[in-house]
Structures are given as C-alpha cells and as structure tokens.
Ligand binder design. Structure first.
Ligand code: OFO
Length: 169
C-alpha cells in the first residue's frame, strides 16, 4: 500500500511526464510544419514514449492501492526559433525531470518504501539516457552553427534515430 506522501509524489511525476509528452508533441508539429520531417518523426516518437512513461506511473499507483490522477495540461509553446532552441528546451526540461525523479527516490527511502524505490530505478536509468541524448543533439547543433547543409543532414539522421530508438517498455 502506498503512503499518501508517495502517492502525491508519484502523481506529481505523472504531471511531468504528461507535460513532456505534450511539449514534444508541440515541437514535433512545429518541426513538421517547417519541413524538418526527420526531427518531427523523432519528436513524435519521443512524445509517445513520454506518454508510456506516464501510463506506467498511473498503473503502478493504481496497482498499489493508490489513486492515479490524470491532470489537465496547459497549452504548450507552438513557435520556436530553430532546432537548436528545441533541443535546448528538451535538455533543460529533462534535467528538471531528473531532479524531480531524484526527489521521489529520496522520499521512497525516507518512507522505507523499497518497492516504489525499485520501480523508480527504471526512471533513473531512463533519465540518464534522455539527458545524454539531448546533450548530444545540443552539441551537434551548436557545432553546425545554423549551416543549412549540415541542418539537412542532421534532420535526415534524426529520421534514422527515430526508427532505431528502442521501443518504450
Ligand atoms: Fe519521461 O523521460 Fe523525459 O521527461
């Protein structure tokens, strides 16, 4: 059985994952409308993955006798200056998500809830991957410095990255 404190922390995490999915969907739509089809594909896939992260939390809370809350979401930004801006936002957002996940892990330890602690380890590992991926793209885009040919190649590579992304479990 979940303590109220852990139930609240996990529900707050549901909101963050839902927001991630929503933000990446808005970015995917922008990228598609700007002709960055490879990046759009990558971001649509990423948005789907975040939704799965959210559902995992919903089901875990309900399975352990808590009550998952499906939150309402604010309309995300829909205009962006560049791909660099998008990946900067993603990196900063993922850093925030990591720090919130760490807080949940801390609460699990203080409440001696080792089952939820174990469940949260999946998110800890996932954040490591997501931050490192976002950082790689931020670095690549900074190196390109807005060069059109390089951006074309980047976008093409993103399509491959979307196809080879491991499916979210
Ligand atoms: Fe759910 O991993 Fe990003 O936010």
């Amino acid at each position: 059985m979940l303590s109220k404190k852990i139930e609240k922390a996990l529900n707050a995490q549901i909101l963050l994952e839902a927001e991630s999915s929503h933000y990446y969907l808005a970015m995917a739509s922008w990228a598609e409308s700007e002709g960055y089809n490879g990046t759009a594909e990558f971001l649509y896939t990423h948005s789907d993955e975040e939704r799965i992260h959210m559902i995992k939390l919903v089901r875990f809370i309900n399975d352990r006798g808590g009550k998952a809350v499906i939150p309402s979401l604010k309309e995300p930004a829909s205009k962006f200056k560049s791909l660099t801006e998008i990946f900067d936002i993603i990196l900063n957002h993922e850093i925030l998500v990591t720090s919130e996940i760490n807080k949940v892990v801390d609460i699990c330890l203080s409440e001696k809830d080792y089952t939820t602690h174990n469940f949260m380890q999946w998110y800890v590992a996932e954040q490591l991957e997501e931050e490192s991926l976002a950082k790689t793209y931020v670095d690549k885009l900074k190196l390109m410095g807005g060069d059109k040919g390089a951006l074309y190649m980047f976008d093409r590579d993103m399509s491959t990255a979307a196809q080879t992304k491991p499916a979210a479990k």
